[in-house]
Every structure is written in C-alpha cells, then in structure tokens.
Design a protein around this ligand. Structure first.
Ligand code: PMP
Length: 459
C-alpha cells in the first residue's frame, strides 16, 4: 500500500513541483525521500542511501538529531514566530547573535539575520552599497565575484555567482557585477606554471581589472575560502595572501561567503581561518542550523556598522530586513546545532577522518575519467574529463557527471555532479566505514560509466 501511495506521490511531484532538471524530472519523476537517520536517507521503498553531500552541504549533523527537533518544539510552544522589525527582538535571536560574534574568526561587530545564503549575500551587497553612500562615495558600487564561484540564486546573489548555467536565459549578471579569474590551477594554470606563480598572475589580473574599471567604482569582492557548489575549487597556494592586500589598497570590502565552508566543513570552525582571511563581512547559512530550518546570517565589522548606523539616522530607518529574519524557532535550532558541534566534537571527527576521505578521493586520481581529484577537510570532488592528458572537457557538459552520479545512487550513495565535477561533502558525523563506502562506490560508478561510454549507452 505504501508503494502504491508513494508511486502516485512520485507522479504528482513530477507534475507539480519541477525544479532544475525540468525535463528529466517530468520524464522520470524524483527519488522520493521519506525519512532520514544519521548519514542515511531512505526512499519510499525503504532503500537506504548514504547522503554523501549532506543534502546540499547543509545537514552537517546528519538526520534524526532529536535534540534539534526538541529545541524546535520547545521554541514553537514558547514563541513560534516573531519578527525583529521596529526594535523588537526575542531571546533566541539575541543569543544566536552573541554566539556568532563569539566564534567569529576575526572581530565582528553586529549580525543581520536572513533565511538563506542568497539572502545573506544580497544583504551584504546592499550593505556594501549603503556603506559607500554613508561615506559619500555613491559611485563606488561595483561588485566582483569569481568565475566558478557560487553565491546564490536571487537576482543580486545570482549576479555574483560566476556560473553560466545560472546566468544563461535569466539575463544575469546585472550590470556592475564583474567576475575575475577562477582559482583552479589544474584547469587554468599555464603549462609549467607553479601554483604560486598562478596565484601571482590571478592577483595581477584582479588588480588590472580594478584599475581598468577604476577603484573608485568598486565596492566589494566576494569569495568562498574553497569554492563549493561551483565545483570544489581549492585556491592555489598563497592566493588570498596576494588578493587581500590589493583589496585593502583600493578600499574594496572583502566579503567571505562561508555558507558551505563555515562550521567545520574544511576542518576549522570557519574555512577562512585556514587561508588567513580577514573579511569585512562574513555570510553563513546551511550548517548554521545543520539544515534543519532555514536561517542565515551576516556578520559585519565595526567600521561597516558605524557608517551604516550614522547613515540610518538621516532616514530614520535602515530599510532592509525579512519577515523571518532571525526566526525564533530557526534561531533556537541554530543555537542547539552550535552546542552539538561542540558536544559531539565535530571538528575533532573531521580532523581525524579528513585524511581518510582525502586519500580516498585521490585514490581515484588515476582513473581514466578523472582529470583532478581534490578537496579539503570533508569537502571534495573529482573533475571528470574526456581526455585525461589534454584535460579536454566532455562535448556534452554535465552528461557524464550525471551518469556517474546515477551509478552512485543505484549503489546507495547520493553524491552531486556539479556539471562534470562529482562532489562529496559527507555529514560531519560520518564514520570511517561511511567514508570508505563513499569512496568505494565512486570507484565502481566511475568504472560503470566508463563501460557505458565504451558501449555507447546514453542517458
Ligand atoms: N553561497 C554558497 C557558497 C552556497 O553554496 C550557496 C548554496 N549552495 C549559497 C550561497 C546560497 O544559499 P541558498 O541556497 O540558501 O540561498
């Protein structure tokens, strides 16, 4: 009976809430995920899958954390919903802001809440603009992102994103959103060019872009410590040490997007700490609540706060905020999440098992389909290529990535192909056997895909 009901649910889902893969969704219907426990999710037939990307880099503590459910339930009964407009507040928002400021990797002064990573980054764009208006430089407004970077999907954050698939046919990016080089040394390094030399070249290119546009027109630069959903791109050695002085030289704000890298994903509380980042603003989401409820936050420096505070006096209001900014139930869950990160020694688990994952990832480096195997901490991936030596991409972008993803899923491991980059980001509570299983299944899926390609199997 369950199956019959679920089948019709699957059919209905295919028809009424299409997302991203519109045609495939319509033809095949979704994998109907009905339950989760630990690192596993279960489909409507009771099949278990290791969630090898933590949902979408979000469910860091895995599924079935009753403490998070209990925190939500308690807060639901106490104060289920309230806003922060017109100088209102509530204890969960205050406590969460205090906690974030206490763990911030560099001194931060204030917190704005939002509901998603996109909204937090939109807020950062608006703050950068507002800040420059406050300082009497209304022309300093351009935003620089990076090719390959992902910062969200709304009109502004989608414009910072540097991915063709999120721009094409959506008329993005907006004017005044620029993109500098993708930091992939493997892909864009010149023959014989060291990582260090590549970093020097990228920094020079950034400075040239700033000078071409005019530093007086550029407000902010956005970067993730390690690019996540844009393709797991680890910066070349020395990159941020060269980039940050250039930003300071031209008085350009640095906004660190820690939406994926934050809360232990790379092995430190904030990924930026591993690369010496000293940002003016930091955005977080996803792992903030272990994905259990939507909540995001932006932390800002004292300098930004001071300028915005003064400016807001002129209008009498800072005209930005969301109905659910700092939603009490989401904030309560986030507070409990931060407690659990500590109590479960999640950072310790990542430190202990990241070598196993990273060695496992690299154990497939010699596979004929793998151009580069890479990652940091509990984040990693395999860039798939048509020709390993020439690093030639596939003629039909994304198809082979999807083939490998499907072979993984058929073997009980959910991974995510970002175009032709197969990515993994296990829940931070994953055990050695979970990680070994992910690595093993990827090996089988790569072999199965190679076989399919040799036989001309199409999907
Ligand atoms: N920034 C980064 C680095 C992300 O990975 C994402 C989501 N994948 C976002 C921002 C946007 O977050 P959301 O989907 O919650 O809007």
């Amino acid at each position: 009976a369950t199956t019959a009901n679920s089948d019709s649910a699957r059919d209905r889902a295919a028809l009424i809430h299409p997302m991203t893969d519109l045609q495939r969704h319509d033809r095949e219907g979704p994998l109907l995920v009905t339950r989760g426990e630990g690192v596993h999710v279960y489909d409507d037939d009771g099949n278990a899958y290791i969630e090898g990307v933590s949902g979408l880099w979000s469910v860091s503590l895995g599924f079935g954390q009753t403490r998070l459910a209990d925190a939500a339930y308690r807060q639901m009964r106490e104060l289920p919903s309230y806003h922060l407009f017109r100088h209102k507040s509530h204890p969960p928002a205050i406590r969460l802001a205090e906690r974030l400021l206490a763990i911030a990797p560099v001194p931060m002064s204030k917190v704005f809440f939002a509901n998603s990573g996109s909204e937090a980054n939109d807020t950062a764009v608006k703050l950068a603009w507002y800040y420059n208006n406050a300082l009497g430089r209304p022309g300093k407004k351009k935003i620089i992102g990076r090719i390959g970077g992902y910062h969200g999907i709304t009109v502004a954050s989608g414009s910072i994103t540097g991915l063709a698939r999120n721009h094409a046919d959506f008329d993005l990016p907006l004017p005044n959103f620029l993109h500098t080089d993708c930091p992939s040394h493997w892909k864009y390094g010149l023959p014989g060019e060291s990582e260090a030399a590549y970093a020097v070249r990228l920094a020079a290119n950034l400075e040239a872009l700033i000078l071409r546009e005019g530093p007086e027109t550029i407000a902010a630069f956005f970067a993730e410590p390690v690019i996540g959903s844009g393709g797991v791109i680890v910066p070349p050695a020395g990159y941020f040490d060269l980039i940050q002085p250039i930003l300071r030289k031209y008085d350009i704000l640095f906004i660190a997007d820690e939406v994926i890298c934050g809360f232990g994903r790379l092995g430190a509380m904030f990924g930026g700490s591993l690369y010496g980042l000293a940002p003016d603003m930091i955005t977080v989401a996803k792992g903030l609540s272990s994905g259990y409820l939507p909540i995001s936050a932006l932390m800002m420096s004292e300098a930004i706060w001071e300028a915005c505070y003064a400016q807001s006096g002129k209008l009498g209001v800072f005209g930005h905020g969301f109905t659910y900014s700092g939603h009490p139930v989401a904030a309560a869950v986030a507070l409990e999440t931060l407690d659990l990160y500590k109590e479960l020694d999640v950072l310790g688990n990542v430190a202990r098992l990241a070598p196993l994952l990273q060695q496992g990832i690299r154990s497939h480096a010699e596979h004929p389909l793998v151009g580069e195997a890479r990652g940091v901490g509990f984040l990693g991936g395999w860039e798939l290529v048509a020709d390993k030596t020439a690093k030639t991409p596939f003629a039909e972008p994304g198809r082979v990535g999807l083939m490998v993803e499907r072979h993984c899923q058929a073997r009980g491991v959910i991974l995510r192909a970002l175009g032709d980059i197969l990515s993994t980001a296990p829940p931070l509570i994953a055990t050695a056997p979970d990680i070994e299983r992910i690595v093993e299944v990827v090996g089988e899926a790569l072999d199965a895909t190679l076989d399919d390609l040799a036989r001309g199997v199409r999907i």
